[in-house]
Design a protein around this ligand. Sequence first.
Ligand code: B12
Length: 211
Amino acid sequence: MSDLYDAVLNGDAKAAAEATRKALEGGAAALELVQREMVPAMDEVGRRFECEDYFVPELLLSARAMKAALALIRPLLTASGAQPAGRVVIGTVKGDLHDIGKNLVASLLEGGGFEVIDLGADVSPDRFVEAVRANAANLVCVSALLTVTMPGMKTVVQAMDAAGLRPRTKVMVGGAPVTQRFADEIGADGYGENAAVAVAIARKLMAAQAA
Ligand code: B12
């Protein structure tokens, strides 16, 4: 595997930034680096954590390395110049601190011409509702990486319903343990398995809203 893959896996932020800089200078495409090197490295980190080769400190170091690489990649993902396609509120569900995937989705949505209001991590249903109201958002994106925080996504859907914000504002969910089936079960309007799919689904939801 590449230097970037190794740097993320080994939790070496300096090496990750250096490998990213070199790869970009060598003409590598930003999204390819994310999908082919960085995400597989994080998957391997997760696998090692599961079999107790890695512990939380290693997870944190790898997350830091991933963020160092993303800091260089993010401006390239968001530089698109497309027309505003809609307004999106995004955050990770209450209790969930995993924000790397959410940040990628936010970057690609921006790159896809959406205006993105990023509420960060560990966002309560009330904060999602307030932000949708304050920004007249067309779409709410909720991310979860923990099976124990997934039920919080249903609470967001219910809070949006109770506030009378649906069906005008759509809800899209995602994150490693989330599936289309789960999205259907909780009454979400959309699900995307990765950041690129998230943009395509967001566009579909906007088109349906306009129809
Ligand atoms: C890095 C990491 C951490 C870091 C997070 C740092 C950060 N700022 O994000 C730290 C160290 C903080 C952490 C902590 C914990 N973690 Co952790 N972590 C991970 C790890 C290794 C990688 C996650 C990641 O960044 N992946 C890369 C990104 C790019 O992928 P992604 O998030 O899936 O996002 C993509 C898609 O899912 C999708 N997507 C994501 N969000 C959205 C939203 C929408 C709307 C859409 C459409 C799409 C979408 O698009 C993204 C890009 O393509 C995973 C293992 C894994 N492979 O997932 C474990 C993992 C998620 N963690 C786990 C655990 C157990 C924990 C802790 C409980 C550990 C502990 N004992 O303290 C804590 C919980 C903290 C909390 N309250 O949230 C478990 C969860 C198991 C489970 N069944 O729930 C995992 C699966 C590890 C494992 N194999 O056991 N973790």
